[in-house]
Design a protein around this ligand. Structure first.
Ligand code: PRP
Ligand code: URA
Length: 208
């Protein structure tokens, strides 16, 4: 079964509290999504492999490290867009592959509308970015797509997860580690996370 990592970092908890607040405006909301994503990326990338490289400092020749495997950041449109920029700044050598999915409001099932992945994989490690893991349908569908593409190692990074979504994702993809800021209580009758933060896409883009 995959590992689920829930952040215990005080900065994450502090920022998440402001993020959840219904009075937080889109500009601040986007800043917080970006900042929390960077903090989570620090935790989610602890096991990336390194290779030793020779370097010269102004003083002496020595050796250092560089990331060994090509990394793909996979933001799920729309809400995952807010997570990608900050993480990309931390790993500027990464490729960014967008996947477009929306959740049908009636069935709560994901509908794919954008995918420009090339024929064969160009990266070794994929980090899926989507702030909300609710029923888990969108995350499962995204990872299905990446596995069909041939991605070998996949991690999921989100901000708020519902227990239902965690179970769905773990059952479907037990090899995918899941990193989230927090695991909330439940889903409500409309498939929204409780207490949650509402609609992450609408709150970022001011479309509520
Ligand atoms: C949200 C969120 C996830 C999905 C989670 O996207 O960003 O992709 O819902 O729900 P699930 O776990 O039940 O599938 P949404 O469909 O609202 O699209 P948007 O990002 O374009 O607003
Ligand atoms: N998508 C969101 O943006 N929020 C939820 O609570 C559930 C799905």
């Amino acid at each position: 079964m995959s590992n689920v990592y829930e952040s215990s970092h005080p900065l994450v908890k502090h920022k998440l509290t402001i993020l959840r607040d219904k009075n937080t405006k889109p500009k601040k909301f986007r800043e917080l999504i970006r900042e929390i994503a960077i903090l989570l990326a620090y935790e989610a990338t602890q096991d990336l492999t390194l290779k030793i490289v020779p370097i010269e400092t102004p003083i002496v020749a020595t050796q250092g490290y560089t990331l060994e495997e090509p990394i793909g950041l996979v933001p799920v449109l729309r809400a995952g867009l807010g997570m990608v920029e900050g993480v990309w700044e931390m790993m500027p050598g990464s490729e960014v592959w967008h996947i477009g999915l929306f959740r049908d409001e009636r069935t709560l099932k994901p509908v794919e509308y954008y995918n420009k992945l090339p024929v064969s994989p160009t990266v070794q490690v994929c980090i899926v970015l989507d702030p909300m893991l609710a029923t888990g349908g969108s995350a499962k569908a995204t990872i299905d797509i990446l596995k069909r593409w041939g991605a070998k190692r996949i991690k999921f990074m989100g901000i708020i997860a519902a227990p239902e979504g965690l179970r769905t994702l773990q059952d479907a993809h037990p090899d995918v580690d899941i990193h989230v800021a927090v695991i909330d209580e439940k889903l409500n009758e409309n498939g929204y996370i409780v207490p949650g933060l509402g609609d992450a896409g609408d709150r970022q883009f001011g479309t509520a």
